[in-house]
Design a protein around this ligand. Structure first.
Ligand code: AP5
Length: 201
């Protein structure tokens, strides 16, 4: 089962991907988490990615694509994965398509989480108080939202045309959102047999 989770910063991609990954028994792969892990460990990748992340910019495609290709080649991703936060650019869509073609493993679905701006801001402000993400400041958060609207939101149309996209209301508590996702996925052919089951996100 190969799924993408898309949505604006703060829409709940990370939260929902963990619950879905547990239910489907596939890894949740978050490019943001992998970059942050590399920054924490001071790797060369982390050092290159940090200044883009801290500014709310996208890490260059060549670096991001290389990272994702490597991660998807890991044995634990052979039977499926939930990708959170990738692809975000047209080039990343093309690279993901080519990786999936090489392995004859199509995407089952793309889940788009819809959350209004006021709720996004309030979630991020809450997280900024509780955690220490260097990109959760007001200015950087605004830049992340603008970049998402300009570069990533337009990509959704491509997946809609392929008939594998479901839009899910991302408001409500995480378990309600999970129920919405499972209900929408069940309407797709790829999920008609088996399904993701309701999970605790
Ligand atoms: P990334 O970590 O992916 O950041 P993001 O897309 O901005 O998303 P967030 O992690 O802020 O939000 P989310 O949608 O995952 O929501 P979450 O579940 O965390 O990327 C960080 C950076 O890495 C990028 O800016 C870029 O620089 C780089 N990068 C990553 N991928 C890249 C790529 N493909 N190409 C280039 N660069 C890339 O929830 C947010 C908060 O809300 C949490 O506190 C959570 O507890 C809370 N919450 C979640 N669900 C609910 C709910 N239903 N109700 C109330 N609160 C909720």
């Amino acid at each position: 089962m190969r799924l993408l989770l898309m949505g604006a910063p703060g829409s709940g991609k990370g939260t929902q991907s963990l619950g879905l990954a547990r239910a489907l028994n596939v890894p949740a792969i978050s490019t943001g988490d992998i970059f942050r892990e590399n920054v924490r460990h001071g790797t060369a990748l982390g050092q290159r990615a940090k200044r883009f992340m801290d500014a709310g910019e996208y890490v260059p495609d060549d670096l991001t694509n290389m990272l994702v290709r490597g991660r998807l080649e890991s044995p634990d991703a052979h039977e499926g994965f939930i990708l959170d936060g990738y692809p975000r650019t047209l080039t990343q869509v093309a690279v993901l398509d080519s990786i999936l073609r090489e392995t004859s493993a199509p995407l089952a679905a793309v889940v788009v989480l819809d959350v209004d701006e006021q709720e996004l801001v309030s979630r991020l402000m809450r997280r900024a108080r509780l955690e220490n993400r260097t990109d959760d400041t007001e200015d950087v958060f605004r830049r992340r939202q603008l970049l998402y609207a300009a570069e990533t939101a337009p990509l959704i149309e491509q997946y809609e045309k392929r008939g594998i996209c479901v839009r899910v209301d991302g408001h409500g508590d995480p378990s309600q959102v999970n129920e919405h996702i499972v209900r929408e996925l069940a309407s797709l052919d790829a999920f008609a047999q088996g399904g993701a089951g309701t999970t605790t996100a």
